[in-house]
Structure formats: structure tokens, C-alpha cells
Design a binder for this molecule. Structure first.
Ligand SMILES: O=C(O)CCC(=O)C(=O)O
Ligand SMILES: [Fe+2]
Length: 358
């Protein structure tokens, strides 16, 4: 369904106002855009990005997602991400808790590793369904390259504003080095009547997320000093929604804000439609040790000093922390399920389906 035939986002909901950054101007060195980006990233942790240069790849990527997630369940499970901390591949709906009441998420994903897309047809981490492979060259690879390039421009602005030596953050995000960066295509079916949350509240793990969605449902909790109220982020046709993830927040000693967000059922008449979104997660390279870069920036040192209660050193590398985070909210990692699985020698994906249906 094209954007123009979808029902509009209702106009009577609490919406978070966000700044619009013009990527074209930012890339050309425009100072006012860099200042606005800094304000957005240090205040809300979210902003819109226009003229982002990935426009031509959005529809082919969504088509890849539609074809892939329409495959039979058994076929998709051949590319399952597993439940041991890996993300690349297929994520089953219901694999994570969505709410404190124990309800589970409704979102299916197909995640493609940046390394696999750039190396294709060579395999670095994982193989993907034919529906992905046929679009690797013309959609997945150029989409990932475009987002990796724009995230690098944004990262360079943050580097300069944080007073870090030139190229410090870029060196932690080198495209040619193996990392956990990935593209994600998400499908949320029209939710059952009593659904409150479709994808549970979280912060993004990585450095910068680049998101395109068409239906409402994304909600954000504004960091420090916000109202404490969930606000919708209204999709704007042609614009990407970008946000800071935990890694950049840690490296900057909390100066860059990683905001909590979630996905609820699309509002109003939008609720009866499938919700599709597309993300690129720019993440640091695997061996980056996560800590505030206080030794390289007085601004960061000062920020860490003035927030002593916060821990900016998880004591592990980016890849280790990511694996830990990936397993945290999984429904197939809890004790009851493990016990059932021990006694019922079924293949785990069939069991997942059974447990999800109960
Ligand atoms: O689908 C959306 O609008 C947001 C998805 C998201 O937050 C995520 O995948 O981390
Ligand atoms: Fe997210």
C-alpha cells in the first residue's frame, strides 16, 4: 500500500516536536545544521533527517522485507537469529517481552548484517533467504552503504562538538572492520484488540539509528527534564527519523542522549493496517571497549565528573555488550520455557510457535 492511500496520522494525539536536519546542507558543512543536530542529540536524542540520500532504496528494501516475511514459517526459521545473543537473520514475533504484564511483541524482523551485505556473495556471518539475496546488490548493499555514509557525517559532527581529536569516533566505526551494524525490516500485523504495546520499550544499543516508517506507533520518552509522558513521533513522508543509541551515549559520557522508545499499535484508523518499518543501526566495531572518552575530551571528562552516579563503563567490548543485551528480554530464555523444552524434544522453532499460541 502506498503512503498516500494510508489513513492520516490523527491530529489530536500527544506528538513530540523534533528538529528537522537537512543532510544535504549538513554534509556541505552548514554550521546552523550542525548546531541544530547537536541541540537535537543532546536534548531529545531524536531528530528528523531530510534529503538523507537513501530515498531510492527505501521501497526496494521494504519489498525485500515483504517478500521475505511472507515466506512459510519453516523457511524463515532456516535463517533464525537464534537466542544466544546474535541478531542477524530472522526474528520471530513474540521473541521478546513487550510489557511488564508479560505480553510479548508482535514484530517480525529480517536483519541483514552490514558485513554480509558489503561482502556479498561472500559470507562473513550468515546466509540469507533468496528473497534477500536477489536484492543484495541493488537494494540492501546500497541502502547500507548510504546509511553508513550519512551516519559517518553525523558522527563527525558529534566528534567535533564533543571536542575530540579529529577522527576519534570515526576510527571506532570503520566500515571495513567487522561489526554488529545491520539493516532491519520490521512487520507488525494489525494488532489484536487488547494489544497495548507492539514492541517493548528499549533504547537502541548502537551509535545512530536511521529509521523509516509510514504508520504511527513509535513513541518516545524524552530524556531528563521531559514530561515523563509517552509522545508519538509522527512519520513525515520522505524524512528519516534518527536517534542516538547507547554506545554514543556511553562514549560521550551521557552528553548525547539515548532515549527510551517503543512501538504501540498504529493510532486511529491506521490500526487496521500492517505496519512496516526499515532501520539501519550504525554500531561500533566489535572490539571497541565501551567507556566514556574522558581522556580525550575535557567536555566529556566534565560530564562524567558531574554525573558520578552514572556508570559509563559496562566493562566489556561493543560485541560482548550487544550479545548480552540481545538475550535480556527474550521470552525463549526464561526458566519455564527451558524446562518445557527439556521435557518436550521438539525442534525449538515449533515449540516457539506452540508457546506463542498459548
Ligand atoms: O518501527 C519503529 O518505528 C521503531 C523500531 C525500533 O525502535 C527498533 O527496531 O529498534
Ligand atoms: Fe529502537
Amino acid at each position: 500500500m502506498s503512503t498516500s492511500t494510508l489513513p492520516p496520522f490523527p491530529d489530536d494525539l500527544p506528538v513530540q516536536d523534533l528538529l528537522v536536519i537537512d543532510y544535504k546542507l549538513l554534509k556541505a558543512g552548514d554550521k546552523s545544521q550542525a548546531d541544530a543536530l547537536w541541540t537535537a542529540a543532546t536534548t531529545w536524542g531524536f531528530w528528523y533527517l531530510k534529503n538523507h540520500e537513501a530515498e531510492d532504496f527505501v521501497e526496494p528494501m521494504l519489498e525485500m522485507g515483504r517478500d521475505t516475511l511472507a515466506l512459510p514459517f519453516e523457511e524463515k526459521m532456516k535463517y533464525w537469529q537464534g537466542n544466544k545473543g546474535d541478531s542477524f537473520g530472522y526474528k520471530v514475533a513474540g521473541a521478546t517481552y513487550a510489557d511488564a504484564d508479560g505480553s510479548t511483541d508482535l514484530a517480525e524482523f529480517i536483519n541483514v548484517s552490514k558485513d554480509d551485505a558489503l561482502a556479498y556473495p561472500n559470507v562473513v556471518h550468515k546466509v540469507y533467504p533468496p528473497t534477500v539475496n536477489v536484492r543484495m546488490k541493488d537494494a540492501v548493499k546500497p541502502f547500507i552503504q548510504s546509511c553508513a555514509k550519512s551516519s559517518r557525517v553525523l558522527i563527525d559532527v558529534f566528534n567535533q562538538k564533543l571536542g575530540l581529536p579529529e577522527g576519534t569516533l570515526a576510527a571506532l566505526h570503520r566500515t571495513e572492520v567487522e561489526c554488529i551494524s545491520e539493516s532491519r525490516c520490521i512487520k507488525v500485523p494489525p494488532p489484536p484488540k487488547d494489544t497495548k504495546v507492539a514492541l517493548g520499550q528499549h533504547t537502541d544499543f548502537g551509535s545512530i539509528s536511521f529509521l523509516v516508517n509510514r504508520l504511527g506507533g513509535l513513541q518516545v520518552l524524552v530524556p531528563n527534564g521531559g514530561s515523563g509522558e509517552w509522545k508519538y513521533v509522527k512519520p513525515i513522508p520522505g524524512y528519516a527519523i534518527c536517534n542516538i543509541g547507547d554506545t554514543l551515549s556511553i562514549l560521550s559520557g551521557g552528553i548525547l542522549k539515548s532515549a527510551v522508545h517503543r512501538v504501540v499499535p498504529p493510532p486511529g484508523d491506521q490500526r487496521q493496517f500492517e505496519r512496516w518499518s526499515l532501520v539501519y543501526f550504525a554500531r561500533p566495531t566489535n572490539e571497541v571497549y565501551l567507556e566514556a572518552l574522558s581522556n580525550q575530551s575535557p567536555l566529556i571528562a566534565q560530564a562524567v565528573q558531574s554525573s558520578k552516579d552514572k556508570n559509563y563503563t559496562p566493562g566489556m567490548t561493543a560485541a560482548q555488550w550487544f550479545a548480552k543485551r540481545q538475550t535480556q528480554h527474550r521470552t525463549d530464555g526464561d526458566k519455564v520455557r527451558s524446562i518445557i523444552r527439556y521435557f518436550i524434544p521438539l525442534k525449538s522453532h515449533f515449540l516457539d510457535r506452540v508457546l506463542k499460541a498459548t
